[in-house]
Design a protein around this ligand. Structure first.
Ligand SMILES: Nc1ncnc2c1ncn2[C@@H]1O[C@H](COP(=O)(O)OP(=O)(O)O)[C@@H](O)[C@H]1O
Ligand SMILES: CC(=O)N[C@@H](CCC(=O)OP(=O)(O)O)C(=O)O
Length: 258
């Protein structure tokens, strides 16, 4: 089986022009087949504020009403995605920018209303692995934003970490996949104030302990849940760390195992 890297880049990097540019240079140079998934939550919150729209997050997920859906479509599928694609083109990486609606690549349904109504937030049903594979075979590098669709004309907001894990799982049918979650820190930290206290490996048992001790909190919880979800469903390797881990494979980062 050929190897495929799925790399997710978070909002803190996308928001920082210098960091983003450094990352994209590095990404463009990576050997082998690759897919980029990007967030942009921070940029969306900034634009919403400028437009006088309040942003509401519950358990790391954005409550997406109709107005917010318009903002995130402009930011994720427009500004962030096209800026990334243009920069990758400048580095001679033949990137193609996509939402889940393009080529019917990621189908989802609106998250059912329980105690919380997340609005137009989507839970993934299916990833079109055949068409993604065709893009890779045509030497294109897919760049996905955090949007899916329901097949009936409705765009949906879907967390970028979830999109990355769902794509990695689907592509594992054809490729030996590695999923990298890149963010601004060197990895999952034992002490959030100590940048070098990277936990090199987390398994199910140590994860429970780290949760109980309050060492892993906030956005890191759904991120690690996505990691386990991916490893349990056939993704060969899942890592969390700074994007520099892509260049220096022996550096500090966190690997998630069962
Ligand atoms: N133990 C930990 N180690 C590192 N980061 C942690 C930890 N616990 C919580 N976090 C937080 O998780 C955040 C990453 O999650 P999130 O904001 O969702 O990232 P992204 O925007 O990359 O998807 C970090 O910015 C950090 O504040
Ligand atoms: C439903 C939901 O919460 N979607 C996310 C999608 C963007 C994202 O995941 O961005 P980061 O990776 O930068 O956090 C949001 O709107 O914030």
């Amino acid at each position: 089986m050929k190897k495929l890297s799925i790399i997710k880049i978070g909002g803190n990097v996308i928001e920082n022009k210098q960091e983003l540019s450094t990352f994209l240079k590095l990404f463009a140079k990576l050997d082998g087949l690759k897919i980029l998934v990007h967030g942009g939550g921070k940029l969306a919150t900034q634009l919403a504020t400028k437009l006088g729209i309040q942003s509401k997050m519950v358990a790391g997920r954005r409550i997406t009403d109709a107005e917010t859906l318009e903002v995130i479509t402009m930011v994720y599928a427009g500004l962030a995605n096209k800026n990334i694609v243009a920069q990758l083109q400048a580095h001679k990486c033949n990137a193609i920018g996509l939402s889940g609606a393009d080529g019917n690549m990621i189908q989802a349904h609106k998250r059912p209303v329980t105690e919380i109504d997340y609005g137009f937030a989507g839970d993934v049903d299916d990833v079109n692995k055949n068409i993604i594979s065709k893009l890779l075979k045509a030497d294109l590098t897919p760049v996905f934003c955090a949007m899916t669709h329901d097949g009936e004309g409705q765009l949906l907001n879907t967390n970028a970490d979830t999109i990355a894990s769902e794509i990695a799982i689907a592509m594992s049918a054809f490729y030996e996949t590695t999923l990298y979650y890149c963010f601004e820190k060197k990895g999952v930290l034992q002490n959030i104030k100590d940048e070098d206290s990277v936990i090199s490996q987390i398994n199910n048992r140590s994860y429970t302990k780290l949760l109980n001790e309050g060492i892993i909190v906030d956005g890191m919880i759904p991120k690690i849940d996505n990691c386990f979800y991916a490893v349990e469903r056939g993704v060969e390797k899942v890592c969390i760390g700074h994007h520099s881990m892509l260049a220096t494979k022996d550096g500090l980062f966190t690997t998630i195992t069962l």
